[in-house]
Design a protein around this ligand. Sequence first.
Ligand SMILES: [Ca+2]
Length: 381
Amino acid sequence: MNRSALSPAFALAALLALTPVGARCAAPENAGALPVDGTVPFAVRRVATFDRPWAIAFLPDGRLVLTEKAGRLFLVTQAGARTAIDGVPATYDRGQNGLLDVAPSPDFARNGLLYFTRVAPGDGGGALVLARARLEESGGRARLRDQKTLWRQQPASRGGQPGGIIAFSPDGRHLFLTVGDRMEPDTAQDPDAARGKILRLNPDGSAPPDNPMAGRAGIRALTWSMGHRNPYGLAFAPDGALWEHEMGPRGGDELNRIRPGGNYGWPEVSNGDQYSGWPIPRHATRPEFDAPSVYWTPVIAPAGLAFYHGPQFPAWQGSALIGGLRAEGLVRIAFNADGTARQADRWALGRRIRDVAVAPDGAVWVIEDGDGAGLLRLTSK
Ligand SMILES: [Ca+2]
């Protein structure tokens, strides 16, 4: 049979006929079908403009560090004044690859360490690399010093979908890193490949002795969860739970509550389909895989994840904020008493949103995607 000759509708009907009714009823809510709010409850101010920015993170003093995918790193004041940070190592700036996330050490005020991810050139493609360096400032200039590579993807890949998001545990003792499938889907189910995993490391890059596969060889010793596709959001909730979001294929963007040793199913299951229209079995058909808490069809292309805290938006305490590239807006996730999640709001901003962060004063900052992209500050009206 020629798969490409099948219509998506026929393929979906064939899949549904094979799906047990009980399992289908257990599926999470499709937030992609919920309405979009065109009016926003916040004032938006454009603070500065960047070219292909990728990530923002706040320092304890209220300034931001900001990455541009081409390999530039900046310090940015709340007024929008920028200082380039010299010393960024070589970056494979191609497609979805480039300089990616940045996160200050939980102990930044004392040690001045920045953690950052990039896809580094090599082997005809690029390898995701996690590194750290000390931020040194003097005479109005800034520079990375004492760089140390903490982890490097091996082998390198030619595809996009790098992942690369950094999150520290609330106690600051562990670092979590998302690794995308690099457009090699089957690797997400290979326990000896780093692709399609969330890793848990000590802040010096070594393997914690209490990881799910501690003591095993290679990448297994670092693996916290597997079966991920393209994770561009990772953050801890106030209750200590780790949440991740990832882009699905055609449909099926996911918000997942991450548990140690969990397998989130990609590419065996998805609530989306292949771009060709060929169906992928739904999460509900394979209960051995962890199902998403929320999913989106059509997709929002989630990018950036931050939990809200602060005085600007009292009703949002403990909510998660997600930027949307395809959604061109911002999504708020609320959490139910039983730990389940639901989409509480989705606001249209008319701009592809690449990352979101909460400032020390409780204002929400987002960056747009692409060239001439705005760094935006959202405050209550
Ligand atoms: Ca999944």
